[in-house]
Structures are given as structure tokens and as C-alpha cells.
Design a protein. Structure first.
Length: 232
């Protein structure tokens, strides 16, 4: 069974429209929709925004549904000049840019007492996703790179530049690395998919509403195709 986490109602609603044999269960104030898409068993859920919501949601997918893999869709701000608004980033790995235990001698972003703070995405899922994205979203570019997460909407160029300098990420958002950490701890493969909605700088608040709809459309197109190709 494939677990699919969206951050927004709009993404989840479009995936729910494609589902058959739907069963709904509510846990931790989240509605989990179990059903069939393209002949595959899936669970679709909106986690809500932020790392805590995302981590809890992933743990429920592991505990209640015993998912074989987790895909997280959503939108993000670009951290790479080559990545334009509307493009898609597939995570090679993910980390949290707002973890700061430097006072105890750790490097920025390092989670104390964890074996790793950089969580690698599943290469097979990423390969499938890249092929699918090129097929269903030919009008945009698809990139593979690091996703960095924190409980902040990044709309300040100075903050953006600091994140780029410290973490060399391709995009920044608010859930992916928490999902990645929870998946890692449960030994479940994952992939974070991000459609770029803004440049994570002073233009972000203007860019975001305009491009949100297109970003969601591209993400949903991609996820539907991944489901078709997964374990074909």
C-alpha cells in the first residue's frame, strides 16, 4: 500500500476524485482516505502545514496502514537559480534547516543523538517519478536535489541566502524533512515531491497565490502517474 501525504486540501481533493472503494478513518484530527487508484491500494491524507503535523501523519500511516512507501506532495520556494516557478523538485535527500543545537557543539541542522540528520529518499521512487513527470508535465522542468524544511515560510532574501549557504538545498518548505525523518525511523522508503510556487525571497508573497494552482495541478498529475507505474 502506498501512503500519499498532501499539505493542502486542494491536492488531496483532486486525488480523492480518482479513488474507488473509499474507506475514511479520522485520527489525530486528520482524515485518512484508503482506496484504489489505477488498481493500486493507496491511503491519501492531508497532513496540515508544519513539521509536527507532517511527522504525526507519517507515523499514523506506518502504524495504522503499514504502508510500503510514502510520497509527499506539495509546493516549495526555489533555492536554485536554475529552478523556475512551476518546475518540480524530487528529493535526493531532506534535512531540517531550523534545527540548531550549535550551543552543544553540533553543526547547524544536526539533530542531537541521531545517527543522521540527512535523510535519503528512495532512488527507485525517484527514478519512477522523474520518468512520469517528463511524461505528464512536459511543459516544465524536473530537478533532483535536496529539500530543506523548517517551520517558516521563507520570504526574506537574507534568510534564503543563509539557508543556501548552510545547506545547499534546491527548495525550501515546511513538511518534507519531518516526513523523511519519520519514514527513516520506520524504515519505510519515501520521496518528497515539490512544485515550485515562488522564489523564497521578497517576491514570495506576491508569487505564491498566482502560481499555487498550477503547482498543485502538476503535482497531482505526477502522483497519479506514479501510482500507475508503481510496482507495475
Amino acid at each position: 500500500m502506498l501512503g500519499i501525504i498532501g499539505a493542502m486540501d486542494e491536492e488531496v481533493a483532486k486525488l480523492k476524485e480518482c479513488m474507488d472503494e473509499v474507506e475514511i478513518k479520522t485520527k489525530a484530527s486528520m482524515d485518512f482516505y484508503k482506496g484504489i487508484i489505477s488498481g493500486k491500494e493507496v491511503v491519501v491524507v492531508r497532513s496540515g502545514i508544519g513539521k509536527v503535523n507532517a511527522g504525526i501523519c507519517t507515523q499514523i500511516l506506518c502504524d495504522e496502514y503499514n504502508v510500503e512507501a510514502v510520497i509527499n506532495t506539495g509546493i516549495a520556494g526555489s533555492l536554485n537559480a536554475k529552478i523556475d516557478i512551476g518546475d518540480i523538485v524530487l528529493s535526493t535527500d531532506a534535512l531540517q534547516h531550523d534545527v540548531d543545537a550549535t550551543g552543544f557543539g553540533y553543526e547547524l541542522g544536526v539533530i542531537p543523538r541521531m545517527e543522521t540528520s540527512v535523510f535519503e529518499a528512495d532512488s527507485e521512487l525517484r527514478t519512477i517519478a522523474k520518468k512520469c513527470c517528463e511524461k505528464v508535465n512536459p511543459e516544465i522542468s524536473v530537478f533532483e536535489g535536496r529539500v530543506v524544511s523548517g517551520d517558516q515560510f521563507i520570504s526574506d532574501k537574507n534568510v534564503k541566502d543563509r539557508i543556501i549557504k548552510n545547506f545547499d538545498g534546491f527548495c525550501t518548505e515546511m513538511e518534507g524533512a519531518a516526513i523523511a525523518q519519520a519514514a527513516y525511523l520506520n524504515k519505510v522508503p519515501f520521496l518528497v515531491i515539490r512544485a515550485i510556487s515562488d522564489k523564497a525571497d521578497d517576491s514570495a508573497t506576491q508569487d505564491y497565490p498566482t502560481f499555487e494552482k498550477n503547482a498543485i495541478k502538476h503535482s497531482v498529475n505526477l502522483v497519479k502517474e506514479i501510482i500507475k507505474e508503481w510496482k507495475k
